[in-house]
Design a protein around this ligand. Structure first.
Ligand code: SAH
Ligand code: AVI
Length: 321
């Protein structure tokens, strides 16, 4: 029998955007201004991210899809049968299908802050996998959340896209530790982007068609539409640079002129060329990522890379406490 499409949304106790204004005011009050990257993703931001994945320069999506295409069967064997798949930052759940085609999944719980894309992707997955229990969760995976009723049992966290790279090492470690401690969790499959040349990395975040620039600037549009901000996005430009010492892309919005911008009843001054840090995207070596995860109660047992070794999907297994 075909399941009805998922309609209910098991909201976490706190809606994922509850802290938006407070986070923006706090981030813009710092001497070195910054904004959290999770706020890129409203419906438009999610669409722009998907468009980034189509650009010739942004290789991570194609590399990860290649890995899944070549190795999903081995991944399924490593993970084991009858698992609930809990996906962190599921977006359009495109890669998930490659896993679901091989894995013996009892339920699928996509977790995302971007509500409409989450619901649309869940409905599409439910249509394509009618026997699977699809239980979308509109939540921020950095905050504590409970799995929906109906998703009790042994679970696998699926965390693709190198979204873990958007967190500083201490935050990424805390996230992995929470994964290791979550009830029923046996392990995780995590996508990580690998260290490579500055040239290739900077091209990936500075695509010729400026889709990444539009994605970055969407943060200002969102502050305007949801928080009554008075940004003029045309007065900021996109910058993405690879910081080799920290092995990360740093993405900024740079003020083109001296200006003052109102947000939430406060005024923020920007000097010409002053930058707001909007996103970090860490690149790892397999050894570095293995070391980081070993302190969290998870052990890296297997890693698969694409032919050009640009990207890796790793299997982390929960160690017995
Ligand atoms: N998994 C997809 C999408 C990656 S884009 C892929 O690999 O292509 C990152 C996704 O994570 C977006 O859909 C975004 O909305 C979501 N996201 C970012 N930060 C989040 C957070 N803190 N909690 C939940 N979802 C988050
Ligand atoms: C979602 N995340 C892993 C992307 C990245 O590459 O860090 C977001 C992104 N930012 C700019 N382009 C893509």
């Amino acid at each position: 029998m075909m399941r009805p499409l998922p309609r209910t949304l098991d909201e976490a106790t706190q809606a994922p955007t509850d802290g938006f204004l407070a986070d923006v005011l706090e981030g813009l009050s710092r001497p070195a201004k910054r904004l959290p990257s999770k706020y890129f993703y409203d419906a438009r931001g999610s669409r722009l991210f998907e468009a980034i994945c189509e650009t010739p320069e942004y290789y991570p999506t194609r590399a990860e899809i290649e890995i899944l295409g070549d190795h999903a069967m081995e991944m399924a064997a490593a993970v084991g049968p009858r698992r609930i798949i809990v996906e962190y930052g599921s977006g359009e759940s495109i890669k998930t299908r490659l896993l679901l085609d091989h894995l013996d999944a009892t339920a699928y719980v996509p977790v995302d802050v971007s509500r409409e894309p989450l619901l649309a992707a869940s409905a599409a997955i439910q249509r394509e996998y009618p026997k699977l229990k699809v239980l979308p969760l509109h939540a921020d995976f950095t905050r504590p959340f409970a799995l929906p009723a109906g998703a009790l049992g042994r679970s696998l966290v699926y965390f693709p896209g190198s979204t873990i790279g958007n967190f500083e090492p201490a935050e990424a470690t805390a996230l992995l530790r929470n994964i290791a401690r979550s009830p029923g969790c046996e392990g995780a499959l995590v996508g990580i982007d690998l260290v490579k040349s500055k040239q290739v990395l900077e091209a990936a975040y500075n695509d010729r068609d400026m889709v990444t620039a539009a994605f970055n600037l969407n943060l200002l549009h969102r502050i305007n539409s949801e928080l009554g901000g008075e940004f003029q996005p045309g007065r900021f430009s996109h910058r993405a640079v690879y910081n080799e010492a920290a092995a990360r892309i740093e993405m900024y919005l740079v003020s083109k002129i001296d200006q003052v911008v109102g947000v939430g009843g406060r005024s923020f001054s920007f000097r010409a060329r002053e930058a707001i840090l909007t996103e970090l995207s860490h690149k790892y070596t397999l050894d570095g990522f293995s070391d980081m995860s070993s302190s969290t109660g998870l052990t890296l047992t297997q890693a698969w890379t694409d032919d050009a070794a640009r990207f890796a999907v790793v299997h982390l297994v929960r160690r017995a406490a």
